[in-house]
Design a protein around this ligand. Structure first.
Ligand SMILES: Cc1cc2nc3c(=O)[nH]c(=O)nc-3n(C[C@H](O)[C@H](O)[C@H](O)COP(=O)(O)O)c2cc1C
Length: 308
């Protein structure tokens, strides 16, 4: 096992599952080939043949192991499709959720701070939540993976100092060459530096599921919509092929634009974490992993070696 490995992976670097289909075979394989752990995002519906094909395609691009996030599709289906060597790695946003995960006997836990992009239920920042979960886990053999606002080697080293064995990045991997995000969305991740925690998108589909989004002009215009309004009844502003389905995207839907999306992209939700302003370029995913590892090694060697 190489530097700071977890779960048998070379490095403790995890690419978060990115819905609805932003983390596809190309991204997952690129992360795996660079020594990290990539998570495929399965469809939110039961589509066994399609899921098998998604996994087959990923396996054709990498010989390394990778993860599958089953979203709203059944756990049993994913386990069947994956066949062997499955490890269970839930994401938690509070101490209560962490307690449940430990009780359920999981292989590792992703601890998500409030800084994270996408759906975020927990209210604690990573800097306060992570050490609490570290203390809770105690000497049990459960690796902890820090998520939320980590985009570079500084965040990686900080997470290690807080007691994590690895890190999980969503927004940073969104702005990579291999991610399936729409090019305009990737560009905005590079250009924008402000996010907001809101509940205005996808209320009909996911009630009570607040999320962190880019502070785009469209979001600024719609952020005060009354609580009883949601995407149902709103006009269709675009369409996309998501996994094996062609869908219409309504205004205020919780669907981020992927590479196939057409229509009013500017008015679609764009999930992103609080550290988005630190992302300055779209990179190959393997380069993201390389810079994290080499940057963290340098940082520890040059900045912290004289503390001892
Ligand atoms: C575009 C996008 C889509 C996401 N989709 C999912 C998802 O489908 N399931 C999930 O558990 N988390 C999802 N997340 C959250 C990530 O798992 C992770 O917690 C988060 O990205 C970490 O914070 P960061 O974005 O600051 O790195 C998503 C995040 C983003 C940015």
């Amino acid at each position: 096992m190489g530097w700071r490995g977890i779960l048998g992976f070379e490095y403790g670097i995890v690419q978060a599952p990115l819905g609805a289909d932003i983390s596809g075979p190309e991204l997952v394989a690129a992360v795996a080939n660079a020594g990290g752990l990539g998570f495929l995002r399965a469809p939110d519906w039961e589509s066994p043949d399609y899921l098998k094909e998604l996994i087959r395609k990923t396996r054709s691009l990498t010989k390394k192991p990778f993860g599958v996030y089953w979203g709203e599709c059944s756990e049993e289906l994913v386990l069947k499709a994956h066949q062997s060597g499955v490890k269970i790695v839930p994401q938690v946003g509070s101490l209560e959720e962490a307690k449940k995960a430990i009780h359920a006997g999981v292989d590792a836990i992703i601890v998500q701070g409030h800084e994270a992009g996408g759906h975020v239920i927990g209210q604690d920042a990573l800097i306060s939540l992570l050490p609490k979960v570290v203390d809770l886990v105690g000497d049990r053999d459960i690796p902890l993976i820090a998520a939320g606002g980590i985009v570079d080697a500084r965040g990686y080293v900080a997470a290690l100092a807080l007691g994590a064995q690895g890190i999980c990045l969503g927004t940073r991997f969104l702005a990579t060459e291999e991610s399936h995000a729409h090019p305009a969305y990737k560009r905005k991740v590079v250009e924008y530096d402000a996010t907001e925690y809101t509940d205005v998108f996808g209320r009909a589909r996911w009630p009570d599921a607040p999320h962190r989004v880019l502070h785009t002009p469209f979001f600024n215009d719609c952020k005060y919509i009354p609580a009883d309004q949601n995407e149902a009844g709103q006009p269709v502003i675009g369409c996309a092929i998501i996994h094996d389905r062609e869908i219409e995207i309504h205004r205020l839907a919780g669907v981020v634009p992927n590479a196939t999306t057409t229509g009013d992209i500017e008015s679609m939700v764009m999930y992103a974490g609080q550290s988005v302003g630190l992302i300055k370029e779209i990179l190959p995913a393997g380069e993201v992993v390389k810079r994290l590892v080499e940057g963290a090694q340098l940082l520890i060697k040059n900045k912290f070696s004289d503390i001892l």
